[in-house]
Design a protein around this ligand. Structure first.
Ligand code: GLP
Length: 243
């Protein structure tokens, strides 16, 4: 059963998430973090940068693996998750290592690139804390409805709703990549602990389906119910449909 915490607002969600990361790295300085992108974790990243600048958190031994990346997309494309992570976090804090799935792997080498990503996570000792957002389709990373529970890092076709949610940032739907590389559900569920951040009324319905509905690959986030150490941090708007 997941632990559910409803914070006062989105800022309090971000603050609590930063506290979780701080507590982890105090206990395990060389922790392995799994990191998300999107709008939801921006407040967390802003706080990690501020705490780093203030000298109240030491991330210098932490290793980071991101959940996903569009494919194909150049690392220096401002819409790539690589560029996002630089902008929001890694240009401002020092970590021991950070990596995303290889957005420029040639198609013929995608499987090898995905296996190499899995190997790197295993070589780091596995993920201590996987931080997640939830997409409106119920996706985790880019594991869209129908994703199998034991999948590992692989290439996926993006759901139309996921692409239209990204259209504004890309300056139109046509510019949004059709595919991405993502950690699989099996990769995510293998993390020792999972922290899910969800804010805003647009996510209320999917949060309720994920937490209170059946465990069903049609709602990938519902597979979180099978993990022994999940904490969800919600703002009141995202929690509104939970009775
Ligand atoms: C993207 C990412 C997901 C993220 C989701 C939600 O699709 N691939 O990892 O959780 O968006 O994003 P947001 O936080 O902007 O709602």
């Amino acid at each position: 059963m997941a632990t559910l915490r409803i914070a006062a607002d989105a800022d309090a969600v971000a603050e609590a998430a930063a506290d979780r990361v701080a507590a982890l790295v105090r206990a395990t300085p060389a922790a392995v973090l799994g990191l998300p992108t999107g709008d939801t974790p921006l407040g967390l990243y802003r706080r990690l940068c501020a705490r780093h600048a203030a000298g109240t958190i030491d991330l210098s031994r932490v290793r980071c693996f991101n959940l996903d990346e569009y494919h194909p997309i150049a690392a220096d494309d401002p819409q790539s998750y690589h560029a996002y992570m630089r902008r929001e976090l890694f240009d401002h804090v020092t970590v021991a290592a950070w990596r995303l799935p290889d957005g420029v792997a040639p198609l013929a080498q995608v499987d090898a690139a995905c296996s190499a990503y899995e190997d790197a996570i295993a070589a780091a000792g596995g993920i201590d804390l996987q931080i997640l957002g939830i997409g409106r389709t119920g996706h985790l990373g880019f594991n869209e409805p129908g994703a199998s529970a034991d999948s590992r890092t692989h290439r996926v076709e993006l759901h139309t709703m996921t692409r239209s949610d990204a259209a504004l940032r890309f300056g139109g739907l046509a510019a949004v990549p059709t595919h991405a590389l993502t950690m699989g559900m099996g990769t995510i569920l293998a993390a020792r602990r999972i922290l899910v951040l969800v804010t805003g009324a647009a996510k209320a319905g999917i949060v309720a389906r994920a937490l209170r509905g059946a465990i069903d690959p049609a709602v990938p986030a519902s597979l979180l119910q099978t993990h022994p150490a999940v904490e969800l941090l919600l703002d009141p708007a995202a929690a509104a449909a939970l009775s």
